[in-house]
Write a protein that binds this ligand. Structure first.
Ligand SMILES: *Cc1c(COP(=O)(O)O)cnc(C)c1O
Length: 430
């Protein structure tokens, strides 16, 4: 498939986009280009590549054909203009913000985030001089009030993990527009099959491809996708993109590459200098996962609904927090932003509280007790003592990970078996 075939449906693109058979060998599947470097044609060719006058491969930290196929495929699935892969979802988050932030700048982030993101933003990024301002994104006035002259981005998840909360992306995009900053959406929990943030005003999407995209828990990876819709030139807030860059022989990325300036900066500066590139083998495995993304997501969603409805009617269960339930406060937003389903990660609380939650985790047999999500297998974890452990009590509550909360990531098994396993674990918990 070539770039002039943009009208294929999602199911076709997840199999074909971003790769045409290798012209030398005819290889139909994307080969694993397990090479560090690429031979130049001559000295002038090398110079043109280094000057960004001609595109081509130089060194795998900056670009690799297998990784490029994955980048192009995810870019097509999200509907962006450029995508750059990273070694992990967290690396992608750092790289997504790096072109935007200088020491003393701040960004606004939702209180409802993956626990690891809260830590990364709060502690590691603080040491770069980047200030995070956590705000309840249901309160648009609070988001507006948190923005000031040094704000450089607003960051939310589409479906926020762990509590199955759906962000009102169009409303947040409106606030970002007023503030003159890009809106970044972590679309990991939804995947581009269930949610397309660019259709709702997001400017940049980040992913942990570790989860649903690779799909079988073998492979770390991250991705940054640019919609091409943010006007970098106006307002003077993003000098890394719009003024001569000392780190790249005085190149002005915006003048040289126009709407692609953010993507080129990600490659030429972030990959080159931060070095968090994705390995070709990881890109290959993620490409294999992506081929079945829509099939798997439909099954994940169908199973999650069955299990959530069962738990909701279980006498020992206090509540179920899943945007796919009609009773959820996120139900209307889920119908708008994720019409094919609200994902397959949700939480529930037992009437027996913390101890009962722990006992359920200790007694499951089919569910795996571990810290991951988006696996083909069903997973269970007690968020407060694990993924959200480093957060304060208040942050945990805001993130939907209070003491009694048990998080499920529903896999693609037979839902009868999942229900039976939870039932016996709840019974064993007393
Ligand atoms: C897992 C995850 C991350 C971090 O990704 P890694 O690949 O583990 O670095 C970020 N955001 C969300 C929503 C995640 O689930």
């Amino acid at each position: 498939m070539t770039d002039d075939a943009p009208n294929y449906g999602f199911d076709t693109q997840q199999v074909h986009a971003g790769y045409t058979p290798d012209p030398t060998t005819g290889a139909r599947q994307v080969p694993i280009y397990q090479t560090t470097a690429y031979q130049f044609q001559d000295a002038d060719h090398a110079a043109r590549l280094f000057n960004l006058e001609e595109l081509g491969f130089i060194y795998t930290r900056i670009g690799n054909p297998t990784v490029a196929a994955l980048q192009n495929r995810v870019c097509a699935l999200e509907g962006g203009i450029g995508a750059v892969a990273a070694s992990s979802g967290h690396a992608a988050q750092m790289m997504a913000l790096f072109p935007l932030m200088s020491p003393g700048d701040n960004f606004i982030a939702s209180t409802r985030l993956y626990g690891g993101s809260v830590n990364q933003f709060n502690f590691a990024f603080k040491r770069f001089g980047w200030e995070v301002r956590f705000v309840d994104t249901d309160d648009l006035d609070a988001v507006r009030a948190a923005c000031d002259g040094r704000t450089r981005a607003i960051f939310t998840e589409s479906i926020a993990n762990p509590g199955g909360y759906v962000t009102d992306m169009e409303a947040i995009a409106g606030v970002a527009k007023e503030a003159g900053v890009p809106y970044i959406v972590d679309n990991t929990s939804a995947s581009p099959y269930l949610c397309r943030p660019f259709e709702h005003g997001a400017n940049i999407v980040v992913h942990s491809t570790t989860k649903y995209m690779s799909g079988n828990a073998t492979t770390m990876g991250g991705m940054i996708v640019d919609s091409g819709t943010f006007d970098w030139a106006t307002g003077g807030k993003f000098p890394a993109l719009t003024t001569p860059c000392d780190a790249y022989h005085g190149l002005n990325f915006h003048e040289a590459t126009g709407a692609m300036c953010y993507t080129f900066y990600e490659i030429a500066i972030c990959l080159r200098d931060l070095g968090a590139c994705q390995a070709p083998m990881n890109a290959f495995q993620t490409l294999m996962g992506l081929e079945t993304l829509s099939l798997r997501m439909d099954k994940h969603v169908a199973n999650a609904k069955i299990v959530a409805e069962h738990l909701q009617n279980h006498p020992a269960v206090e509540y179920v927090s899943y945007a796919g339930l009609a009773s959820s406060p996120s139900a209307a937003k889920a119908a708008k932003y994720c019409p094919k389903g609200a994902g397959a990660i949700f939480t529930f609380g037992l009437k027996g509280g913390y101890e009962a939650g722990k006992a359920v985790v200790n007694n499951v047999k089919l569910f795996s007790h571990l810290a991951n999500l988006g696996d083909a297998r069903s997973l269970i974890i007690h968020s407060a003592s694990t993924t959200h452990r480093q957060l304060s009590d208040e942050q945990r509550k805001a993130a939907g990970a209070s003491d009694e909360v048990v998080r499920l990531s529903i896999g693609i098994e037979d839902p009868k078996d999942l229900i039976a396993d939870l039932d016996q674990a709840i019974a064993a918990a007393g």
